[in-house]
Ligand binder design. Structure first.
Ligand code: SAM
Length: 253
C-alpha cells in the first residue's frame, strides 16, 4: 500500500522501536486505550494482545477495511473511521496513544489539553523538535506556548530518540516519544485565558514581556507576580504565567 503524505503516513517497521513504545504505553488487560492513527497495526497488534479495551481512530478510508479484517476476531477492538481532531472524550479517564501524523500533532495536543480530566496518560510519538518544545524549561530556546500549556496540566517527559530508518517511508526528521501524565492537583486556572495570555506573551519572541503584553497587563501586575517587565517570555516560569492569568481574570470580576 502506498503511504499518503497528506495523512502523515510513516509506518513503523522496526520491531525494537515498536517494543519500546509498547513498554512505555504499558497496556493492561481491560483498561481502555485509544490509539490515534493505527495505520497498518504496528503498535495496535501489541495493544490488542494485552487484552486492553482498544478504540482505534483512523481517518484513512483505505485502511479501515484492512483494520477491520485484521481485528475481525478480536472482541477487544473497536474501530472508528474519523478525524482524531473531532474526538470528544467522555466518562472514565483513558490512555491515549499513537504514532501521530505530524501535521495534526499540535492541534491534537491542544485538544487533549482541554480534555485532560478524561485522560489517564498519553504516549505519543512526535517529531523530535515538538517533544523538545513540550518538555523545555524556562531559559531554553524552545520554551514556548506548547511547553507552558502542556506542563500546566501534565507532567511531561521525553523518551527514546527514533531515527528515520525506523519507518517506511522515512520521514525527513527525527522522532521522539513524549509521555504526559495529568497532574494530580493542577493549579485552577481558566485554560482559554491562560492560552490567550501565553500566545500574546510569545507573539514576538525578541520583545520584552512588557511590550508583548502592553495592551492587557500593567507593569504593576507583572511585578506583582515577580516578573521583571524587561524579561522575555522564554525566561518566565510556568507558575508566573498561571499567577498572572489568575490576577487578570480575578480583576475582570
Ligand atoms: N501507527 C502506525 C504506525 O506506527 O506504523 C501509523 C502511524 S502514521 C505516522 C499516522 C497514522 O494516522 C496513519 O495511519 C494516518 O492515516 C492516520 N491519520 C492521519 N490523520 C489522521 C487524523 N486526522 N485522524 C486520525 N488518523 C489520522
Amino acid at each position: 500500500m502506498r503511504a499518503k503524505k497528506s495523512l502523515g503516513q510513516n509506518f513503523l517497521q522496526d520491531e525494537g522501536v515498536i517494543h519500546n513504545i509498547v513498554r512505555l504505553i504499558n497496556p493492561q488487560a481491560d483498561e481502555p486505550i485509544i490509539e490515534i492513527g493505527p495505520g497498518q497495526g504496528a503498535i495496535t497488534d501489541h495493544l490488542q494482545a494485552s487484552g486492553a479495551q482498544l478504540r482505534l481512530i483512523e481517518l484513512d478510508t483505505d485502511l479501515i477495511p484492512k483494520l477491520e479484517s485484521r481485528y475481525a476476531q478480536a472482541a477487544n477492538v473497536r474501530i472508528d473511521h474519523m478525524d482524531a481532531l473531532q474526538l470528544e472524550l467522555t466518562g472514565e479517564p483513558v490512555k491515549v496513544v499513537g504514532n501521530l501524523p505530524y501535521n495534526i500533532s499540535t492541534p491534537l495536543l491542544i485538544k487533549m489539553l482541554y480534555q485532560s480530566a478524561q485522560v489517564s496518560k498519553m504516549v505519543f510519538m512526535l517529531q523530535k523538535e515538538v517533544v523538545q518544545r513540550i518538555c523545555a524549561v524556562p531559559g531554553q530556546k524552545l520554551f514556548g506556548r506548547l511547553s507552558v500549556m502542556l506542563q500546566h496540566r501534565f507532567d511531561c517527559s521525553a523518551h527514546l530518540h527514533i531515527p528515520p530508518e525506523a519507518f517506511i517511508p522515512q520521514p525527513k526528521v527525527d522522532s521522539q516519544i513524549v509521555v504526559m501524565v495529568p497532574k494530580v492537583n493542577p493549579k485552577q486556572v481558566p485554560l482559554p485565558e491562560l492560552e490567550q495570555l501565553v500566545k500574546q506573551a510569545f507573539a514576538m519572541r525578541r520583545k520584552t514581556i512588557r511590550n508583548n503584553l502592553k495592551k492587557i497587563v500593567t507593569t504593576a501586575q507583572l511585578e506583582a507576580v515577580g516578573i521583571d517587565p524587561g524579561q522575555r517570555a522564554e525566561t518566565i516560569e510556568l507558575t508566573q504565567f498561571e499567577q498572572l492569568t489568575l490576577l487578570l481574570t480575578d480583576a475582570d470580576h
